[in-house]
Design a protein. Structure first.
Length: 332
């Protein structure tokens, strides 16, 4: 199925999509939930309108055939999204973007034609904070902060860029997805959490800018980015520092020092972080219990797994399971 949408203002994408698929809708003053037709798949999309020019969209949908959108972005749009699970391809002006599970994206579009494709038989579970640039700038306390926010926009203009996932960002997203407030309190809570997520992104973005002023050359940073990609790709059977150094063409000293400077963690810490993120995926999406998730990410000892999990997220994996919606799952 292919849909054509002209996004003339921040809220029109959701409204046009709802009309085109003839979805069942439940509407309140500032909240709207749609359930997609059974012939298209299962699941729904929930929108919270914070105010004109700002909304939060939570999607949890599995399509029976590829969902293809051709979107004319005809208004300035700043968006921070976080994909817990999915398989999404985007193409615009000769550029491409792929989004899978545990991926954070930031974009700023003004007048782009975007092709988006969501694969069938894949659960697409994601959070999007969509706002006009002017709404973002309203949060600036003074001209200095406004200029900083303007630099964010220019840095990402015309792009869909990944931002590194952190435990703080994951916790913030989880808080938003599991919100139990109703009415005005929910609206206030979701807005505050949206601002927290944007602030956490800003902290990561600022760290990256500082790194670009380091001793590393452009080639070094490109090699380190490739090293990070290899670490993520092989986290279940990690490459040694020697192997990684050889594959990316950078000496071991610069690899270790540069990796920490560019990404704020060692190679080993990234491996552990990837294992814990995959463990979250197994528990939240695949519905594994703690022991099953531990084995699946390479831990033969559940106690060691729990210790590593707690170091990253601040609580035990069994506590995390209790925070999830009620499911048929053992918590060990």
């Amino acid at each position: 199925m292919t849909l054509y949408i002209v996004n003339s203002e921040v809220h029109s994408l959701f409204d046009q999509f709802t009309g085109l698929i003839q979805a069942q809708s439940r509407l309140q003053t500032w909240e709207q939930h749609i359930t997609i037709p059974l012939e298209m798949g299962q699941g729904g999309i929930h929108r919270t309108r914070i105010r004109p020019g700002m909304e939060i969209v939570i999607t949890d949908v599995t399509y029976v055939q590829d969902m293809k959108l051709r979107i004319q972005e005809a208004c300035p749009l700043f968006e921070i999204s976080y994909c817990l699970n999915g398989d999404i391809y985007c193409e615009w002006e000769g550029k491409e973007s792929y989004t899978h599970h545990w991926t954070g994206n930031v974009l700023f579009f003004e007048d782009e034609l975007v092709y988006e494709e969501k694969k069938a038989d894949v659960r697409h579970h994601m959070l999007e904070i969509r706002l006009s640039p002017q709404e973002l700038l309203h949060y600036a306390a003074d001209i200095t902060e406004e200029q900083k926010m303007q630099s964010w926009l220019q840095r990402y203009k015309g792009n869909i860029d990944n931002y590194p996932n952190t435990p703080e960002i994951h916790r913030c997203v989880s808080d938003m997805l599991s919100c139990t407030y109703n009415g005005a309190l929910k609206r206030l809570y979701m807005e505050s959490k949206s601002m927290e997520l944007i602030a956490l992104f800003g902290e990561v973005e600022g760290h990256q800018v500082l790194n670009e002023k380091s001793f590393l050359s452009r080639d070094d940073m490109a090699n380190l980015d490739y090293a990070r990609e290899l670490v993520i790709r092989h986290f279940e059977q990690p490459l040694s520092i020697q192997e990684l150094s050889r594959k990316v063409g950078i000496n071991e000293f610069k690899l270790k020092k540069g990796f920490r400077e560019r990404f704020g963690m060692t190679v080993f810490e990234l491996v552990r972080k990837q294992r814990m993120e995959m463990a979250l995926y197994y528990m939240e999406v695949q519905r594994m219990n703690v022991g099953e998730a531990a084995v699946s990410v390479g831990y033969s000892n559940v106690s060691n797994f729990a210790t590593a999990f707690r170091k990253i997220y601040g609580y035990n994996p069994s506590e995390h399971l209790k925070m999830l919606p009620q499911r048929d799952i053992k918590t060990d």
